[in-house]
Design a protein around this ligand. Structure first.
Ligand SMILES: [Zn+2]
Length: 345
C-alpha cells in the first residue's frame, strides 16, 4: 500500500486574527476569531477596481464588529468595500451581512436558498424550538431535558446575526460574475447548507470553496428539525461528485475554515471515505439490535459532548441514518414507546 499524497498548504500559517495577507493575485485572506471550538473563519477580499469585493463577514459579536470598524476606518489600504457576497446563511459567514451592507452602502449577493433561509431563521427563530421539534427529538430517543436544550438553539441565530437588507442580488449556479476583470463561475451545493455558493476563477486557478470542502475537518452535515426526513448527506455527496467533474485538481482551494490548499480531488476522496466509514459504523451498530438515533450517537461520538456539540452530533448521525434509509440499507420501525429504531434491511 502506498501512502496517500498529503495536501499541499502554500502558506503554513494563517494571518493573525483581524489581519489579512495576499493569498492569490488580487485576493486577500482575512482571518477573524469565532467564539466556538472552531475558533476562526476565513474571509476573502477580491480586488474590485478601487474597492474590495468581500466574501463573507464573520459572526455578529462585539469583538468582530470592533475588528471591522478598524478595517473600515482605513485598514483596507484606503480601499472601500465595493460589494458583499455571502456564501451561506450560517452566522459565522452571514452574521454581519446586514450591518456591513448598510454601513458600506453596498449590494448583498447571495443564492436564493441561503437568503431565504437566513430570513426564515431570523423572522421565525421559534422554528427550531417549536413544539413539534420536541416530538421530533423524542421520536429519535432524545430525553426531554436535552430536547429542550437543543431546541433552543434557534434563538442563538438571532443573537449571532444582523437583519439582512430587504433586497439582494441573486447568485445562480451556472452564471458568472466579474470582479475586477476576473470572471468567476458560480457553483452551488447542498448538504452543509441549502444552496451554498462557491466561486471558481478558472483563469487564475482559484476555487473559493466556502465550507463545502475544507482541509482537515469535515463540514457539518446535519438533519434539522424543520425538515426531519431530509437527506443532506445524499445532497452533499452529490455535490462532491459535481465538484470533481467541474473543477480541475490543480486549483488553489480557498476554504472558509482552516488553511488554503492544493489537492482538491484528493480531499474530496477523503471526505467521501470519511462518510462511507461513518455509514458502515451506523450499520454495524444497528446489526446487534435495532437502535434509535440517540442510541447510535455514542458509536460515532464516543466522548462526552456538551449540549451544543450534542445538537450537531445528533444532526450528523441522523444525516447518515436518513441516507441509509434512502438507499434501502436501513429499515425503520416505530416502537410502542413512539421511538423509531433502525436495523439493517
Ligand atoms: Zn462555517
Amino acid at each position: 500500500m502506498t501512502d496517500a499524497p498529503v495536501l499541499d498548504f502554500p502558506q503554513a500559517t494563517p494571518p493573525e486574527n483581524g489581519t489579512f495577507r495576499e493569498v492569490a493575485p488580487g485576493i486577500l485572506w482575512l482571518r477573524l476569531a469565532l467564539p466556538f471550538a472552531l475558533n476562526h473563519v476565513n474571509l476573502y477580499l477580491i480586488e474590485d477596481g478601487d474597492g474590495w469585493a468581500l466574501v463573507d463577514t464573520g459572526i455578529s459579536d462585539t469583538a468582530t464588529r470592533a475588528v471591522w470598524q478598524g478595517l473600515l476606518d482605513g485598514g483596507l489600504g484606503g480601499r472601500r468595500i465595493s460589494r458583499l457576497i455571502v456564501t451561506h446563511y450560517h452566522p459565522d459567514h452571514a452574521g454581519l451581512a446586514g450591518w456591513i451592507a448598510e454601513v458600506c452602502n453596498v449590494e448583498l449577493s447571495m443564492s436564493q436558498g441561503e437568503w431565504l433561509t437566513s430570513q426564515f431563521m431570523r423572522h421565525h427563530p421559534g422554528a427550531t424550538a417549536a413544539v413539534d421539534r420536541a416530538s421530533f427529538y423524542r421520536r429519535h430517543g432524545v430525553d426531554a431535558e436535552m430536547a429542550t436544550g437543543v431546541a433552543s438553539r434557534g434563538h442563538a441565530y438571532l443573537r449571532m446575526t444582523t437583519d439582512l437588507p430587504g433586497h439582494y442580488h441573486r447568485l445562480i449556479a451556472g452564471e458568472r460574475i466579474t470582479i475586477g476583470g476576473r470572471v468567476f463561475e458560480i457553483l452551488t451545493g447542498g448538504g452543509h447548507a441549502p444552496e451554498q455558493v462557491m466561486l471558481f476563477w478558472r483563469d487564475g486557478g482559484v476555487f473559493l470553496a466556502a465550507d463545502q470542502v475544507l482541509a482537515r475537518i469535515s463540514p457539518n452535515i446535519s438533519v434539522m428539525g424543520y425538515q426531519p426526513e431530509a437527506n443532506p448527506l445524499g445532497l452533499y455527496l452529490r455535490s462532491l461528485g459535481d465538484l470533481t467533474a467541474a473543477i480541475p485538481d490543480d486549483v488553489l482551494v480557498l476554504p472558509m475554515h482552516n488553511l488554503p490548499f492544493y489537492g482538491l480531488h484528493q480531499r474530496i476522496g477523503e471526505l467521501r471515505r470519511h462518510h462511507d466509514l461513518r455509514c458502515n459504523e451506523v450499520l454495524e451498530a444497528c446489526r446487534a439490535a435495532p437502535l434509535s438515533t440517540m442510541q447510535v450517537l455514542p458509536h460515532l461520538f464516543p466522548r462526552a459532548l456538551d449540549v451544543h456539540q450534542l445538537g450537531f452530533a445528533f444532526g450528523e448521525v441522523l444525516a447518515h441514518i436518513n441516507l441509509l434509509v434512502r438507499t434501502g440499507d436501513l429499515q425503520q420501525q416505530t416502537g410502542t414507546d413512539g421511538v423509531v429504531r433502525f436495523s439493517p434491511a
